[in-house]
Write a protein that binds this ligand. Sequence first.
Ligand code: SAH
Length: 282
Amino acid sequence: MAEPPPKPRARGFKAVSLSPVPRDLLGGPPRRAGAWTAKVITLFPQAFPGVLGLSLTGKALDAGLWALETLDLRVFGAGRHRNVDDTPAGGGAGMVLRADVLGRAIEVAQTGVPTEGWPLIALSPRGRPFDQAMARRLAAGAGVTLICGRFEGIDQRVLDHYGIAEVSLGDFVLTGGEIAAQALIDATVRLIPRVLGNQASTEEESFARGLLEFPQYTKPAVWKGHAIPDILLSGHHGQIASWRQAEAERLTKERRPDLWRAYRDRADAAARDRDPGGDREL
Ligand code: SAH
């Protein structure tokens, strides 16, 4: 006889909230009151939590340090067949997500969310490129509502009507917004206090100080003839810090001239602030 399916693990702490749609339309684990929350409007709620359910983000989700709600766009579809898309006005290839269908989903998602500190974002290759600064701003807020596009994207009127910010994962085209949404949520959630065991690691890592991270090594001390740089095994904390700073600068200069210029400009501005007359012509 087949084994009974394993019982789903309990996730998080329940918060009571009013909802205009039956609870079971809002997928995802119960929410602890006040926890940072991602609401995701998607045609594929089964793609969530996906990788976010694993490792540190998954444990934090279980512990109620953040919460995830998916809204199944199909539920808001038009007519008996719950249509969500139609052909583009003006012709051309593919299908476009309908304004009325998305509008209904957005209005349900936004019911009861704070007007401040809870942006409404559509994932889109046309959007502003996502970066660490955006992740920090999002993590400092109360939550986010994300719209995952599919096909050719979403009707422009929805973006205009709700003042939706478009955010891109990078200069490439994905099939849908779900992977981009998970990347954005992952980068944000790991900045929420207590999600990573060791908060110091987010202060050292790439982009935190405007530089890429220095190279990392661990055991064994020699591997296939390659040794760990002596300095890292020397125990001289000051020298190790200088080596890491120099390596971070070298890598950033080599690989990301754009970041390097911004870093130098900030350093120059900070030096001028310390010594306002220092660069005055005599
Ligand atoms: N026709 C659109 C691409 C649609 S791709 C265009 O040329 O701009 C389908 C959906 O995938 C998009 O609506 C968006 O939600 C998602 N997507 C694709 N690439 C993305 C990227 N680089 N960043 C964020 N979302 C992306």
